[in-house]
Design a protein around this ligand. Structure first.
Ligand code: SF4
Length: 378
C-alpha cells in the first residue's frame, strides 16, 4: 500500500493578486508567456464532496477533522459571476463548474442562470458545463438544464458495483450514478461525457466492460491516466496505465480510428469506433483518452482555475494561487479586476506535465505543496 502524505501545512495559501502598474485592458486577445490564449475557466464552487475517491480525496486525509472552508470564505454567486465576467472579457468561451462535488452547493441553479446570461467577446453564449460524481444528478438534471447548463461530465470509475464502491470509498452504489447519466441524457444535457480514472491493478479490468456499456449510447467515454495531483493520493508511476495500453486493449475488441480534436486545447485524444471500411461509425460513437502523464498537452493548455474562495490557479499541478477575493472584497472596480487577471495570465509559464519527467525531484513543486484537485477542480 503506497504511503500517504498527510499535509502538515494548509497548501491553500495564495499570493495577493497585484494591480499592475500598467493596466491590462480586456481585449479578448490575452496570451501567456507561451502564447496560449485564455479560453477555458474552471470554477470550483465547493471544497466538499460526498465521495472519497482515493486519487483525489483519500478518506485518511479528508476526514471529519479536515479544515474544510467556512461558508463565509466561499465566493458568493454574485462574486463568482462578477469575476467570471472579467475572465470572459479576456477571451474565455467555456466555463466548467467543479468542486469537490458541485451539486452539493445549494441552489447552484441560481449561479448557472447568472453565468448563462454572460456573452463572449463575440456576443455568443458561453459553453457552460459541469463535472459531477453523478450521485445527485438524477434529482437535479432537469433543473440544471432549465437554468442554462448545456452539458455534464460524470466521473464513473467502474461498472462493477463492488469495484465502484471501493473506488468512491463511501459504498455508493453504481446504479444511482447510471440513473443520473440517463436523467442527464433525457434532460438534454448531452452529449454526456463519462470520465473514468484508470488505476493499474485497481480498476483497469473495467476498461472493456465500460466501453461495451456506453458504445452506441451517444455517451462519450474517456479514460484518464491516474495523475500525481495534489499532495495526498500517494501516487506511484507503476499504478499508471498509459493511454496507449488502454487503446491496445480496446482494439483487441473494436476497430478504432483517430478523430480530429473538437476544439483547440481539448484535453482528450478522440478515437471513433470504426465500421467495416475503417471509417468512423458515428452511431457507435467515440471514446477518448486523457494522457497527462504519458502524452502531456500543455502546449495548448488554455485553462485557468478559480478556487471556491477566489484564488486563481494557472495549472492543475500548481502550488500557489493568486488571491482575487481580497481585491473583490476590497472594492476594486471591474477594470481593476480585469487588469489583475490579465496581468496574472500574461505572466503564466506553467507546463508541469510537459516537464514532469525532466524535473529533478527537488525542483518540481514539492509533492507536499501541490494544491489539491478537490480544491481547484479537475
Ligand atoms: S499540467 Fe498544467 S499546464 Fe499542463 S495541461 Fe495540465 S493544467 Fe495545463
Amino acid at each position: 500500500m503506497a504511503e500517504r502524505v498527510i499535509p502538515l501545512v494548509d497548501q491553500r495559501h495564495a499570493l495577493a493578486a497585484a494591480l499592475p502598474t500598467r493596466p491590462v485592458a480586456a481585449t479578448g486577445l490575452l496570451a501567456d508567456t507561451l502564447g496560449r490564449p485564455l479560453r477555458d475557466l474552471r470554477i470550483s464552487v465547493t471544497d466538499r464532496c460526498n465521495f472519497r475517491c482515493s486519487y483525489c480525496m483519500p478518506k485518511e486525509v479528508f476526514d471529519k477533522d479536515y479544515p474544510y472552508l467556512p461558508h463565509a470564505s466561499l465566493l458568493t454567486f454574485e462574486e463568482i459571476t462578477r469575476l467570471a465576467r472579467q475572465f470572459v472579457a479576456h477571451g474565455v468561451q467555456k466555463i466548467r463548474l467543479t468542486g469537490g462535488e458541485p451539486l452539493l452547493r445549494k441552489n447552484i441553479e441560481v449561479l448557472i442562470e447568472q453565468l448563462a446570461a454572460l456573452r463572449t467577446v463575440d456576443g455568443t453564449p458561453l459553453d457552460i458545463t459541469l463535472t459531477t460524481n453523478g450521485s445527485l444528478l438524477a434529482r437535479k438534471a432537469r433543473a440544471l438544464r432549465a437554468a442554462g447548463l448545456q452539458r455534464v461530465t460524470v466521473s464513473l470509475d467502474g461498472l462493477d458495483d463492488a469495484v465502484f464502491r471501493r473506488m468512491n470509498d463511501v459504498d455508493f452504489p453504481v446504479a444511482e450514478v447510471l440513473e443520473g447519466i440517463a436523467a442527464a441524457r433525457e434532460a438534454g444535457l448531452g452529449p454526456v461525457k463519462v470520465n473514468m480514472v484508470v488505476k493499474r491493478g485497481t480498476n483497469d479490468h473495467e476498461i472493456l466492460p465500460m466501453a461495451r456499456h456506453f458504445r452506441g449510447t451517444g455517451t462519450v467515454l474517456r479514460f484518464i491516466e491516474y495523475m500525481d495531483v495534489g499532495a495526498t493520493n500517494g501516487w506511484r508511476m507503476d499504478e499508471v496505465l498509459p493511454s496507449a495500453e488502454v487503446i491496445r486493449r480496446l482494439q483487441a475488441e473494436y476497430a478504432l480510428v483517430p478523430l480530429e480534436p473538437s476544439a483547440p486545447g481539448e484535453t482528450a485524444e478522440r478515437w471513433g469506433y470504426a465500421d467495416a471500411n475503417g471509417q468512423h461509425a458515428a452511431q457507435a460513437g467515440e471514446i477518448g483518452v486523457i494522457s497527462s502523464v504519458t502524452q502531456a498537452f500543455c502546449g495548448d493548455c488554455n485553462r485557468a482555475r478559480l478556487s471556491t474562495e477566489g484564488q486563481v490557479y494557472l495549472c492543475l499541478f500548481a502550488s500557489q494561487g493568486h488571491d482575487l477575493r481580497a481585491l473583490l472584497r476590497g472594492g476594486a472596480s471591474d477594470e481593476a479586476l480585469a487588469s489583475a487577471i490579465g496581468h496574472i495570465w500574461q505572466g503564466r509559464s506553467d507546463r508541469y506535465s510537459q516537464l514532469r519527467g525532466t524535473l529533478a525531484p527537488d525542483s518540481a513543486a514539492p509533492a507536499g505543496r501541490r494544491v489539491e484537485m478537490s480544491y481547484i477542480g479537475g
